[in-house]
Structures are given as structure tokens and as C-alpha cells.
Design a protein around this ligand. Structure first.
Ligand code: G5P
Ligand code: MG
Length: 218
């Protein structure tokens, strides 16, 4: 069997709606890693109308990227506050500048890259419902909430994301291709990229789980 490395410092990459949040939740459940979603953090700031929230709302609603300096400072502070040696970054880095900076200060050792066709993504984003305070994600027909329109754990109402409107989704996918795909090349050159291709999360999950198990015992 493979030797376990000292720690799991990973990134999950993939287009908007490719299943990063869904797969991260499974990794957290099975392997006990700490999950940091930059998008969830930003949405929390927006919901609480903090200074950061006020700065980033416009970018997010339009499907544009928040400036690198804001993101780097936000996420490095988050990472510093983690006591768990094993963590998973979701939604960060998504520009070359962010990836290079991260590798200098808090280097990662594994990058899980989800490859899902854009046509599949566009379909599933239409039926996404979220519990904003926790970041829990549902999908009508795939992982339905136990009670329609209500969060499983708190019973609070679910909502749809402003940036899940079809025109905004199209913009987010364009930004992914132009700004985030270079990040894939960067990690590939570092030799830490693993690709996972499929139309569904259930198809991709066993391969992900097998890979993560090489770093952390269940
Ligand atoms: P986010 O929050 O990082 P995105 O756009 O990267 O947003 P998103 O939309 O959160 O990614 P995901 O997490 O990859 O998608 O996907 P998911 O939520 O798990 O799954 C999508 C839906 O499909 C869900 O309803 C799920 O239940 C369903 N699903 C999953 N698997 C299946 C399946 O097999 N079958 C079916 N039928 N359904 C399935 O970023 C948001 C914004 O924040 C800013 C930007 O403005 C960004 O647009 N931002 C940053 N800006 C700059 N730099 C950064 N680092 C930034 N981070 C965030
Ligand atoms: Mg997400």
C-alpha cells in the first residue's frame, strides 16, 4: 500500500456547477478534512453586509471575478485559522496570480480537477437550491431536500443564487475558460494535477475517494 503523506493540502478545481461543493461535502464526510469555499465565504459577507460584502457583491451578481488582492487576503486568513492539517480549498485559486501566490505562502500538494461538459452544467444549475447560511446545496431530481424548499438540517428556507440566472452562468463559464483554465496548466506543470471526467458526481466520486484515501485514512 502507498505511504501516507504528512498532510492533505488540496484544491478542487472545476467550472461553475461542475460539482465542487457536492464532492467537497462527501470528502468532508468520509475523510474529515476542513473545507474552505471562497464563494460560500463571499456570500456570507454579502448576506451580512460587511465592508468586504459591499465591495464584492457587484462582481458576484454579474458573474465576474472578485479582484485578486481581496481574494488572496481573505483566503490566506482563512487558511491560517484552520487547526486541521488536512484541508480542501474550493473556488480558490481561480487566476494564475492567485495560484502562484498561494504556492509561495501555503503550498498545496494535490489538485482535483473536475471535467464536466458545459451542456450538463447549464442544465443542472437551473435546478440548484442552496441553504445560504451553511452553503448546503440541493438539486431537484438529484439530491432533493427531504422537505421541498427547506434545508434538511435547520428546516430554514432554501433560495436560488442570483448568479445562477442563465445569462450570468454563461458569463461565469467564459471567465472559467479565460482566467481559470491557465491555473490547470500551472498545476499540471507542478505535477500535482489529477483529472476526473464524467457527466455525474456519482460516476466521478469513487475515483476521487480512491485518490484522497492515498493521503488520509478514512
Ligand atoms: P463559487 O461559489 O466558487 P462556482 O461558480 O465556482 O461558484 P459553483 O456554482 O458553486 O461554482 P460547484 O460548487 O462546482 O458550482 O457545483 P455544486 O454546487 O456542487 O453543483 C451544482 C449543482 O449541481 C447543485 O445543485 C448540485 O446539487 C447539482 N449536482 C451535482 N452533481 C450532480 C449530478 O451528478 N447530477 C445532477 N443532476 N445534479 C448534480 O463562486 C461564486 C462567485 O464568487 C466569486 C466570483 O464572483 C464567482 O463567480 N469568487 C471569486 N472571484 C475571484 N476569485 C476567487 N477565488 C473567487 N471565488 C469566488
Ligand atoms: Mg460551489
Amino acid at each position: 500500500s502507498l505511504a501516507k503523506v504528512a498532510a492533505f493540502k488540496a484544491v478542487i478545481l472545476g467550472a461553475p456547477g461542475s460539482g465542487k461543493g457536492t464532492i467537497s461535502a462527501r470528502i468532508v464526510k468520509v475523510f474529515g478534512v476542513t473545507h474552505i469555499s471562497s464563494g460560500d465565504k463571499l456570500r456570507e459577507h454579502v448576506a451580512n453586509s460587511t465592508d468586504i460584502g459591499k465591495q464584492v457583491k457587484k462582481f458576484m451578481d454579474e458573474g465576474a471575478l472578485v479582484p485578486d488582492e481581496t481574494m488572496i487576503s481573505l483566503v490566506s486568513h482563512e487558511i491560517e485559522s484552520i487547526s486541521n492539517a488536512n484541508y480542501l480549498l474550493d473556488g480558490f485559486p481561480r487566476t494564475l496570480t492567485q495560484a502562484e501566490k498561494l504556492q509561495k505562502v501555503q503550498p498545496v500538494n494535490l489538485v482535483l480537477n473536475l471535467i464536466v461538459p458545459h451542456s450538463v452544467i447549464i442544465d443542472r444549475i437551473k435546478s440548484r437550491w442552496v441553504h445560504l447560511p451553511s452553503g448546503r446545496v440541493y438539486n431537484v431530481g438529484f439530491n432533493d431536500p427531504k422537505v421541498p424548499g427547506k434545508d434538511d438540517i435547520t428546516g430554514e428556507p432554501l433560495s436560488q443564487r442570483i448568479d445562477d440566472r442563465p445569462d450570468v452562468v454563461a458569463k461565469r463559464l467564459e471567465y472559467y475558460v479565460s482566467k481559470t483554465e491557465p491555473v490547470i496548466g500551472y498545476y499540471k506543470r507542478l505535477g500535482i494535477l489529477k483529472d476526473f471526467q464524467g457527466d455525474t458526481t456519482d460516476e466521478i466520486w469513487p475515483k476521487i475517494s480512491e485518490n484522497v484515501a492515498q493521503y488520509i485514512k478514512k
